[in-house]
Design a protein around this ligand. Structure first.
Ligand code: PMP
Length: 426
């Protein structure tokens, strides 16, 4: 039923029956969690072979003893593996520690205080520093900026990526905008893949935004498709090279959702100028990364064919979880006017928009019935969703049975909040 066409009496009856359903859930004392995009134990187990894979062989192909210090920018074999994954050359790669977020944070810090193109280029010397934040987006990108005193300016996302008209106009008008956050493939949380046109316009952004501007291209879900027809992502680095803007982009990735989250390998790709500046700074904070773990990953993931086969095993675990949520949303909400949501072909999230003004309330109702969701507003800078409508659903971690139960509770809360709002607005 479309709520906008419901008569007052129908709405009151609906509210009554939804309240009863909701109370039944409350009595069941559930404890379910749809908050963070963590891989399930079943997914993590796909990589258990990492343990012991070196079998006492601690020398890489060039004879380096991996147990010792050194190799600031990573093992050559690891550079090659991740370069092939990102579609760049091994010389463009820096392989780091256990994840990509520390590399993003380190890049922000270095750009702010040391500069990526010599001392005079430090953002801190140039007045206030601002970043564009396509919304909804990834909360940790936003909180890293907030922590470092970088002001965030929201820009709208559509199904092709950030609204590039808005992005171009903003960077043209305000030179204190020094960067933009992008999750270009299976974006967190909407799951969309940036279109070729958006990537092509990103490649030219450096010309409009000036020499100090950097695109933080967080390709966290580069190889995380759920089906074979998922759209490919255009190669930003290649396009930047053709446009002469290769200094304007920093590309990040990791194996957090390929092998072990928290015990994987983070890596980044950038121009020689950017990499040199980052390596200089890095040399003051570490003698080198965990080469043993890098080599374990090289032995385990081997090459792109092995990586693709491994990711298909992830997809086989993830797809039924996405389907479990999407099937229920479609069955319960498709013919109404209660919410809209994304049906991603990869990544870790489903993004759902309620009617304006309801996200907080739905999340609170769910929490009171034992189902934790990502806090309302988390997908926006400063935790403020101006329309209070976006909810991020992370289906990876719970069992399918728990996921179905949690989704049923969530849908009841969503309907209940919407019907109550409709009644209040009469
Ligand atoms: N970027 C995005 C877009 C993510 O969703 C996540 C994890 N949820 C990360 C980065 C974190 O990456 P890592 O584990 O490599 O630090």
């Amino acid at each position: 039923m479309r709520l906008s066409q419901a008569a007052p009496q129908q709405l009151r009856e609906l509210e009554q029956s939804l309240s009863e359903q909701y109370q039944a859930f409350q009595t069941a004392k559930l404890n379910l969690d749809l908050t963070r995009g963590k891989p399930s134990a079943e997914q993590l187990s796909l990589s258990n072979e990492l343990d012991g894979i070196l079998n006492g062989d601690y020398r890489d192909s060039s004879g380096t003893d991996l147990r010792n210090y050194g190799g600031l920018d990573g093992l050559p074999e690891a550079k090659q593996l991740f370069a092939d994954m990102l579609g760049v050359s091994a010389e463009d790669i820096l392989v780091g520690g256990n994840g990509s977020l520390p590399m993003m944070y380190f890049s922000l810090q270095t750009a702010l205080s040391q500069g990526l193109a010599g001392k005079d280029s430090a953002w801190n010397l140039q007045g206030p520093v601002k970043f564009l934040a396509p919304v909804p987006g990834y909360d940790r990108h936003f909180t890293a900026c907030q922590h470092l005193g970088i002001e965030l300016i929201p820009v709208a996302m559509n199904e092709h990526g950030p609204d590039m008209d808005q992005v171009e106009a903003l960077v043209q008008a305000d030179p204190s905008i020094k960067g933009i956050w992008c999750v270009p493939r299976f974006s967190n949380p909407t799951g969309i893949v940036y279109s070729d046109e958006v990537v092509a316009r990103m490649a030219k952004l450096g010309h409009i935004a000036g020499e100090h501007f950097r695109i933080f291209w967080d390709n966290a879900y580069a190889v995380h498709s759920l089906d074979d027809n998922a759209p490919a992502l255009a190669n930003l680095f290649e396009l930047c090279k053709s446009a002469g803007t290769e200094d304007s982009v920093l590309i990040f990735g990791s194996t957090s959702k390929i092998t072990f989250a928290g015990a994987g390998v983070g890596f980044m790709a950038a121009s020689a100028n950017n990499l040199n500046a980052l390596k200089d700074a890095l040399g003051f904070s570490t003698i080198g990364p965990d080469k043993v773990n890098q080599y374990r990953h090289v032995k385990f993931l081997k090459d792109q064919a092995t990586l693709t086969a491994h990711m298909q095993k992830h997809a086989a675990i993830m797809k039924p979880r996405f389907d479990a949520v999407l099937e229920q949303l479609n069955a319960e909400l498709a013919d109404g006017d209660i919410a809209s949501w994304t049906a991603p072909q990869g990544g870790y999230f489903i993004s759902l928009d309620t009617r304006p003004g309801l996200a907080k309330q739905v999340i609170q109702l769910a929490a009171d019935a034992g189902v934790k969701l990502t806090p309302a507003g988390a997908t926006f800078p400063y935790g403020k969703d101006p329309e209070d409508r976006n909810i991020r659903i992370a289906p990876s971690f719970p069992s399918i049975e728990d996921l179905k139960q949690a989704t049923a509770v969530f849908i009841t809360c969503l309907k209940l909040a919407t019907v109550r709002q409709a009644l209040a607005q009469q």
